[in-house]
Design a binder for this molecule. Structure first.
Ligand SMILES: [Zn+2]
Length: 458
């Protein structure tokens, strides 16, 4: 038999561990996993000798700004950046225009994805419409729901509006009725405002450098998370503990999992793993335009939680802004967050070589756990014959450095982490049989990306 694609000589992830296997792909599906002695003929052949063939990485948390804010990013540029570092599916978050809190708005986002995405996707709905709206979005296939908490002074103008805790509880009840998960970005407006007042009282200018380290503290985020976990339990909600990176928040998730009294899944978003000294380089202007100044989380504790199963998934939190939207001298009106999908997959691979997690655990937190939690397994995350031929091909031996001269596909044309030494690289991205990236060279088609749901994964 002549296959459409053959990936030969690689070490392939399977449910029974890693094995040297040759992969035959027919159309969009894995047709066969053959022993190394069995030669497969293919119209296209990738030699993966010395490399690992993993189930496609899924980014559970990114912002693609489409529709409505496409001067920052859109489904095409954002998914190109994602595929560039090995991501085969993304979940765009709902702070777009219009906010996907009605079926009509949600389907507008799905349509944008179907027209422009080069990899698969599932947009995350916002549960701030009526209970009937929430039900309709759930039935349309949103993997889960997400909202922001107490965002009156969020440093950029989120489109989701200001929330109170009673409204969050009502949203939890509406989502619980659908059987889907719901996540909240845990904040506390009063801690946030107090930080601003403190800087003003000290007579200092309200720059990002002065105030940023006081925001999103352990007290703020963990306090909010405790309250949310109670509302979730009370509402009978499957709680998605998102942004679980502060020490007390990690301890809370670990305790709730051990007790086993509620359904809970958690993710750590990669962005806070940035060092406070990391700057964002803008290719077109040749300038460094944004310095992170983040609250410094306990990175050792985060990676321990990734290893021991407290944290189930890692999202990029790719959060691009147009270069002219950064005003670090004015903390309340600057873009916060930055584009990182061009590097996210490579960074995760590098963490394997740096000893933060095993390759097997990487597969779990980037693919298997997502697919199982949101009802897409084994279509995604399994590498089983008959399932989608999504692969992230990884060379653990390549040493390289992130450079100002890199090519990136994010619309922002920005590069984080210039100068970071990388240990390992993603060399191939295959999405339902199509080789979208091969050794850094893109061969993508807008509209190739499909909306993947629990419902169409059965
Ligand atoms: Zn985010």
């Amino acid at each position: 038999m002549q296959f459409d694609l053959v990936i030969k000589n690689g070490t392939v992830y399977t449910e029974k561990g890693f094995h040297k296997l040759n992969v035959g792909v027919a159309g969009e599906k894995i047709a066969v996993l053959a022993e190394p002695g069995v030669e497969l003929e293919g119209n296209k052949v990738i030699d993966a000798a010395g490399k690992y063939v993993l189930p496609g990485f899924i980014d559970c948390h990114c912002h693609l700004r489409d529709p409505g804010l496409t001067h920052k990013e859109d489904f095409y540029t954002g998914t190109m950046a994602a595929a560039h570092s090995g991501i085969t599916m993304v979940c765009p978050q709902p702070n777009i225009k219009p906010v996907p809190s009605t079926l009509e708005a949600y389907m507008e986002e799905v349509k944008a994805g179907e027209e422009r995405a080069v990899i698969d996707f599932n947009p995350i709905g916002c549960p701030l419409g009526t209970p009937e709206d929430v039900k309709q979005i759930a039935e349309a296939g949103s993997a889960w729901f997400k909202l922001f908490e107490k965002v009156a002074t969020y440093p950029y103008n989120t489109t989701a509006g200001t929330l109170d805790t009673h409204r969050i509880y009502e949203a939890f009840r509406a989502v619980a009725a659908t059987g889907k998960y719901c996540s909240v970005h845990p904040f506390d407006k009063y801690f946030f405002d107090a930080a601003v007042e403190k800087i003003k009282a000290e007579g200092k200018p309200l720059t990002l450098e002065n105030v940023r380290h006081l925001w999103y503290s352990d007290e703020e985020m963990t306090g909010a998370a405790y309250q949310l976990s109670y509302y979730a339990k009370k509402a009978g909600l499957k709680w998605y503990a998102m942004h679980a990176w502060m020490p007390g928040y990690i301890d809370l998730v670990r305790m709730l999992k051990e007790r086993g009294k509620m359904t809970i899944v958690s993710s750590f978003e990669y962005m806070p793993a940035m060092d406070a000294s990391d700057e964002i380089y803008h290719i077109d202007s040749g300038k460094y335009i944004y310095l992170n100044h983040d609250a410094k989380p306990d990175k050792a504790k985060i990676w321990e939680a990734v290893r021991d199963g407290t944290i189930d998934m890692i999202g990029s939190d790719h959060a691009p802004h147009a270069p002219e939207e950064y005003h670090p001298e004015d903390a309340l009106h600057t873009g916060a967050g930055f584009a990182m999908l061009d590097y996210f997959g490579h960074l995760l691979v590098s963490h394997v070589n740096e000893g933060d997690l095993s390759l097997e655990r990487l597969v779990e937190v980037t693919s298997v756990n997502f697919a199982k939690t949101f009802g897409m397994y084994p279509r995604k995350g399994s590498n089983l014959p008959g399932t989608d031929a999504d692969f992230t091909i990884v060379d653990l031996n390549q040493e390289w450095e992130i450079s100002e001269k890199d090519t990136v596909y994010t619309k922002t044309q920005t590069i984080p982490y210039v100068g970071r030494k990388m240990h390992g690289k993603v060399t191939g991205t295959v999405v339902r049989g199509r080789v979208v990236m091969d050794n850094g060279v893109m061969d993508a088609q807008p509209g190739w990306g499909k909306m993947i749901t629990a419902e169409n994964s059965k």
